[in-house]
Design a protein around this ligand. Sequence first.
Ligand SMILES: NC(=O)C1=CN([C@@H]2O[C@H](COP(=O)(O)OP(=O)(O)OC[C@H]3O[C@@H](n4cnc5c(N)ncnc54)[C@H](O)[C@@H]3O)[C@@H](O)[C@H]2O)C=CC1
Ligand SMILES: O=C(CO)COP(=O)(O)O
Length: 239
Amino acid sequence: MEENHITDGEETATKYKVTIVGSGNWGSVASKLIASNTLKLNSFHDEVRMWVFEEILPTGDKLTQIINKTNENVKYLHGIKLGKNVVADPDLEHAVKDANMLVFVAPHQFMEGICKRLAGKMKGDVQAISLIKGMEVKTEGPCMISTLISKQLGINCCVLMGANIADGIAQEKFSEATVGYREDREVAQRWVQLFGTPYFHVSAVQDVEGVELCGTLKNVVAIAAGFVDGMEMGNNAKV
Ligand SMILES: NC(=O)C1=CN([C@@H]2O[C@H](COP(=O)(O)OP(=O)(O)OC[C@H]3O[C@@H](n4cnc5c(N)ncnc54)[C@H](O)[C@@H]3O)[C@@H](O)[C@H]2O)C=CC1
Ligand SMILES: O=C(CO)COP(=O)(O)O
């Protein structure tokens, strides 16, 4: 347990361990942002574990092996180094077992299955954040993904959303995002620290559902705007 604590003069504080659950385009960029910060910030372990849904590449290699060898997610974020401190792990339960900060960034349709596998497998003090846009629509009504995570895993879940296209952020083009949190501002500030860089500006507001709905519904507007472009109806039709 010693390695989980840092000593700052007389005080000892928890050293946070981060695992990213998901490794597509956005999950890979999230790992790059986070890995650059854990190296700089004393309150986090350097290593960032990234659960990878294992795939066999056309070369016959396993995706996790290539990520760990080249430091690059050649399938979902080609040409971008993630950081040497990112470790790809194909075993979901193993990837989360020591983490006290969990970043969920798998496509929403896989989340129910992922949560079922994770229930009871995590540390007691774990905090979560969802970067997932979308919602589960069931017969009893819609359910936000942060709610699904909180309910199924019994943990607090913040969200991080913005007009964020992963590739632009991977290329370190300026972008901003918002963390939505429920009660604990200190936890929200920890997420802000973990994600924020000079090119990725992150702020926090106390409104999980508001932030998550804006992030999700933004994509409905984006699809409609794409239709308008495709039909060459002009910008006024978008308003
Ligand atoms: N790509 C982007 O620019 C952004 C994406 N998001 C959100 O992030 C979430 C993830 O999106 P992306 O990273 O773009 O996904 P992606 O489409 O790039 O990757 C899909 C991921 O799902 C994995 N996968 C495939 N089958 C699976 C299974 N059966 N179980 C679990 N995982 C499986 C793949 O291995 C891959 O890691 C989505 O909710 C999306 O809305 C949010 C902001 C930006
Ligand atoms: O929300 C996005 C960019 O901001 C991308 O979402 P999708 O990957 O679900 O299209």
